[in-house]
Write a protein that binds this ligand. Sequence first.
Ligand SMILES: *Cc1c(COP(=O)(O)O)cnc(C)c1O
Length: 393
Amino acid sequence: MYDELIVSPRVLLGPGPSEANARVLKAMTTPMLGYLDTEFVQVMDDTVGLLRRVFGTENRLTLPVSGTGTAGMEAALANVVEPGDGVVVGVKGYFGERIADIAARCGGVVTKVEAEWGTHIPAEKIAEAVAKVSTPKLVALVHGETSTGVLQPLKDAVEITHQSGALFLADCVTSLGGQPVDMDALGIDIAYSCTQKCLAGPPGLSPISFSDRAVAVIRNRKTPIQSFYLDMTLLENYWHGEKEQRRYHHTVSISLIYALREALRVVLEEGLDVRYKRHVHNARALLAGAKAIDLQPAAEEGYRAPMLTTLHIPDGIDDATIRTRLIDDYGIEIGAGLGVFAGKAWRIGLMGESSNEKNVMLVLSALEKLLIASGHRVERGAAVHAAAQVYSA
Ligand SMILES: *Cc1c(COP(=O)(O)O)cnc(C)c1O
């Protein structure tokens, strides 16, 4: 026999999953309904309505696709990009690279606009790249680049994109529910996210939304959408069709949709602006504490994503040793560096429920103690003191 599943309590301060809200976990224990049960259809409609508010959009084609954030990325690209299409992708970290990879797999002719890890992509560089592609179909940027902790400004890039006639895609996997996405106000044509970062749910769904312009592009495709599972025209019938049109496409994850509905209710109950400010405030305290023990930010000032802080690992400190001790001694998970930052930076996520004062004080005091024990020469108590000053200001 195998034992009943019991896991150790963890404080999730990595790049996701973040702590799931208790109400969300409770919603997941709601009994199953059939995927076309009228009561379940109401749950779907509610979820879509709530999602539109969090995305800041009135887009009809808004729904959660089955799968994690990467499924949303695949859905966005597979539906819009056809073989030979020009696609401009901003690459300033790991996830921009993934968009470029998938766009190429869809047959897109990809032009990358690259910026150093830890920096944002200036609008001029996007304009230059767009000008070089004769008729770009799509320009894609990662809003919150979780590998570097950079929050990319989108407004100018959207304008440049629309002047060229292309669609604008934003990866909002890390930002949705943590910082404003405002799809309609900014003119973003396609945005996708996930449930396990700032929405504070379990992993497994990827909310996505397409503007009417994007929908028109999908309807005018010359070639069929290669993916059956992520074909938005089929998913649209199931999610948005009139009664008779709503028909089986695949068995959606009933419990995860219950969870998302509750997660979105929690987000909107708190209020979007309050929630965005909470993320900024806790990130500010974390960074003040980190700097006080000489952990320097790896992301460019003025472009730091409050939901994910990257910190340079000081010379002489072993990355894995500290992260292992954080888990073993305190149950705290933080993220390792990816790509260029592997072994060189830590990624501390303060996402959704995880973004709170208790976690900031806990991770700072634990890190400080472990660093001092590893020979890092800083003043004992400095981290917590600096963070406390932010909180009591
Ligand atoms: C996490 C993340 C993804 C991938 O999401 P998964 O849920 O891991 O599939 C994509 N883009 C960004 C910016 C992310 O942070």
